[in-house]
Design a binder for this molecule. Structure first.
Ligand code: RIB
Length: 308
């Protein structure tokens, strides 16, 4: 089973602080690190750590961050045939502040990610046709996301879209045929223009996406678990309570793990349960990719929580 991730690569520059600086204030932070991130790369690494074979289609920068990102893909055994370098362009960078309630605030400079074009997706078609699923997010141009959805439709490959970060310009009529759309509540509200203050409202908003031709919607709801909405089912899969220290990239670990497990056996609630547990494990450590559990760590965590 092979999963293709078409999407972003960033370098994360992360500050950990006990309080946000006020305007004009300089504060000392408690911890700092620079690490490989980006929603696409995070999802690819999570899927690879969960045992999937992964093809990455992305544009890295022509600088030291780009070089580091390429080494990182190689380290995780990711197929790099379509990990490209945008000439004279910096790598994408995310400036992240994590506070002591484990919440994050992120500013991104897309850099090379903005150079990933529909043509690049078309060039990768021979490799994409060998994959069982295409995973997408929205830190690359929307035209590229639409081209990838179109390619999935053409070659009958399941497409999973994580509509993050939320983008008001997203045209939901272009999502017809997606096997899965996986927003969080905020993204779902922005996509549909509908409120999401209760489960009934979330279901109604998800059904609007189904009416546009999306096959299944999975809404990630943080500590409340995730909600599957299809034409004939609504199912909540709860998550477990953990002591979170950094929730950055939790959605990405959920998606990577979901894709890896779904590609194995097609069991959607089962893959959601694994993904919730994997995301819960990840938030107990600082960072994104380095916080995602190894196979052994995840097996131990599942055992501790009597899952599986
Ligand atoms: O979802 C988390 C990711 O969002 C970070 O790794 C950062 O790179 C931003 O893209």
């Amino acid at each position: 089973m092979k999963i293709a991730v078409i999407g972003s690569t960033m370098m994360d520059v992360v500050a950990y602080t006990d309080a946000m600086p006020a305007p004009g204030e300089t504060r000392a932070m408690q911890d700092f690190h620079v690490a490989c991130g980006g929603k696409g790369a995070n999802q690819a690494v999570a899927a690879a750590k969960c045992g999937a074979e992964v093809l990455m289609v992305t544009k890295t920068g022509d600088d030291i961050f780009g070089a580091r990102a390429r080494e990182n893909f190689a380290h995780f055994g990711i197929d790099m045939d379509y990990v490209m370098t945008a000439e004279n362009t910096p790598n994408g960078v995310a400036s992240i502040i994590v506070d002591n309630s484990s919440q994050n605030r992120i500013l991104i400079n897309k850099g090379a990610n903005d150079c990933l074009t529909p043509d690049d997706v078309e060039q990768a078609a021979p490799a994409l046709k060998q994959c069982d699923m295409i995973v997408l997010q929205m830190e690359v141009p929307l035209a590229t996301v639409y081209a990838a959805i179109e390619l999935g439709r053409k070659y009958d490959i399941d497409v999973l879209l994580n509509p993050a970060p939320a983008n008001p310009d997203l045209d939901i009529s272009k999502l017809a045929g997606c096997a899965f759309v996986m927003p969080n509540e905020t993204e779902l509200s922005l996509m549909t223009g509908m409120p999401v203050n209760s489960q009934a409202e979330i279901e109604a908003a998800a059904k609007k996406l189904l009416a546009m031709g999306v096959k299944k919607v999975i809404v990630t709801m943080g500590h409340q678990g995730s909600l599957l909405v299809t034409a004939d089912t609504v199912q909540v899969v709860p998550t477990m309570k953990v002591d979170a220290v950094d929730t950055t990239g939790a959605g990405d670990s959920y998606i990577g793990c979901f894709a890896a497990n779904y590609a194995k056996d097609g069991d959607i609630p089962g893959a959601m349960q694994m993904a919730s547990a994997y995301a819960a494990l990840g938030v107990t450590k600082k960072g994104t990719q380095e916080a995602y559990g190894t196979a052994q760590e995840f097996a131990d965590f599942l055992k501790q929580h009597n899952i599986g």
